[in-house]
Design a protein around this ligand. Structure first.
Ligand code: DQA
Length: 169
């Protein structure tokens, strides 16, 4: 399973940015946690952070065929970016939206996510655990989409055993 993790704008400041809201863990700590979780699940992780909408659009645009799932914290672009929404929809790669904070318990402009309708689900409000849960969900989605080796080996129809004739005396 290959999973792409995207951190949006200003998340490079985690640890020193509004720690009462976002916690004290910095991005490296979050990434280490994600890498640990991924190796426990046998998933291969690629992690990117960008402050630029176009760069995030390009990362998602190149994800089809390269990744089995995406975990994204779109940060402020959650509430504004039609371009990222369209990229997720076009890529068709199962995507999980995550937020450290509970965006619905904050300012009203954060209550709307333009991306949630094109993501498979959203996890918000659990701090660093939002990422852990998001990765778990993404790996689960990727596994569910993958053909099981056992199923592909099973023949579609088993030949029926022929009824044996009794030997005549
Ligand atoms: C955030 C919530 C967003 O509203 C905000 O703009 C962020 C971080 C979160 O993780 O809680 O930058 O995505």
């Amino acid at each position: 399973m290959r999973v792409l993790v995207i951190h949006g704008p200003n998340l490079q400041l985690l640890g020193s940015r509004q720690s009462a809201i976002y916690g004290t863990a910095n991005l490296e700590v979050i990434n280490q946690e994600l890498r640990r979780g991924a190796s426990a699940r046998g998933a291969i992780l690629t992690i990117a952070q960008s402050n630029h909408e176009g760069q995030i659009v390009e990362l998602i645009g190149k994800a089809k065929g390269r990744y089995d799932a995406i975990v994204i914290n779109p940060a402020a672009y959650t509430h504004t970016s039609v371009a990222i929404r369209d990229a997720i929809e076009a890529a068709g790669v199962p995507t999980v939206e995550v937020h450290l904070s509970n965006i619905y318990a904050r300012e009203s402009f954060r209550h709307q996510s333009l991306l949630a309708p094109v993501c498979r689900g959203q996890i918000a409000g659990f701090g660093i655990a939002s990422y852990r849960l998001g990765l778990e969900a993404a790996v689960g989605l990727a596994e569910a989409a993958a053909p099981t080796p056992a199923a592909s080996r099973t023949p579609a129809r088993r030949p029926r055993p022929r009824p044996r004739r009794r030997a005549r005396r």
